[in-house]
Design a protein around this ligand. Structure first.
Ligand code: FES
Length: 278
């Protein structure tokens, strides 16, 4: 059992969870993830570690409510216990001094990209952060990003910020104006956001790492649920990733596999909501 230290709604539909997990907190690195079960009947949910406190022995994850199990996670309170927290899983992102790098996050990926951006900053890089939100009020952890970013760009559709439009258009403009300054791009968020980031950087030949989020079950390379194809080779995102070169990913396959249980997820959530809150 693992104790929930804090569960907080960051913005509508996105929550963060601080979990007491000293062993995971001691070892985890940027880009790695945990698997959590909200109760013994729930699914095993992979969540990227968004922050940690090694002294306190806690890890923090950010998640979006998409189905029954994440809805259950969103109802947890401080002091509650969950039956399963496993990690750290997956490979850490390679962090080294490259010069100028760009970290892109959208939705729950804003939290997931944070430790990567922080580590890149600590490694001596100039960190440009690009946050994609529909509107400004959906941008959480502004203070945290302000501390580790040399410059923050916000692509939004609310006419509050300079960078209007969806992330690829903004990214292409930044790349054009940067005069080949950006050496690498790191992206985290929904599959479509990462796909469009990879498409936008391809013409400029900027290596783009994407933190893939296929369906997972065991998270240790045993079940095959997270199978993807990268550069024509079969990979398992849980043990070979989750970060891969976005220019080499078979995106069509990934989109198709991610939709496998789409209808069942909606049915399950509707049934559970009706039963739990009649
Ligand atoms: Fe089972 Fe990756 S989740 S092999």
């Amino acid at each position: 059992m693992a104790r929930i230290v804090k569960r907080e709604r960051l913005v509508p539909n996105i929550h963060c969870l601080e979990i007491e997990a000293p062993e995971i907190a001691r070892k985890c690195q940027p880009g790695q993830f945990i698997i959590i079960m909200p109760d013994e009947f729930g699914e095993r949910i992979p969540l990227t570690v968004a922050d940690w406190d090694r002294q306190k022995g806690t890890v923090t994850c950010v998640f979006l409510i998409v189905g029954t199990s994440t809805r259950k996670l969103s109802l947890l309170q401080s002091g509650d216990e969950v039956p399963v927290v496993v990690g750290p899983l997956g490979r850490a992102v390679e962090i080294k001094k490259l010069g100028t790098v760009m970290c892109i996050g959208g939705c729950y990926g804003i939290g997931a990209i944070y430790p990567v951006a922080r580590a890149l900053k600590e490694a001596g890089n100039k960190v440009l952060t690009l946050i994609d939100v529909k509107a400004d009020y959906l941008f959480y952890w502004k203070d945290k990003f302000a501390q580790i970013s040399d410059k923050i760009f916000i692509s939004s559709r609310d006419y509050i910020h300079d960078c209007q439009g969806y992330v690829p258009r903004v990214l292409k403009k930044i790349i054009k104006e940067s005069r080949q300054e950006i050496k690498r791009v790191y992206s985290s968020g929904c599959t479509y956001l990462m796909y469009t980031c990879a498409q936008a950087t391809k013409p400029a030949g900027i290596k783009t790492l994407v933190s893939l989020n296929p369906i997972m079950v065991d998270g240790t390379g045993m079940c095959g649920a997270c199978r993807i194809t990268v550069d024509g080779q079969t990979k398992f995102a849980c043990v070979d990733g989750p970060d891969f070169d976005g220019h080499l990913v078979d995106w069509d396959e990934l989109f198709a596999r991610r939709k496998s249980y789409f209808d069942e997820e909606i049915q399950s959530l509707c049934y559970w909501e009706k039963k739990t809150f009649p």
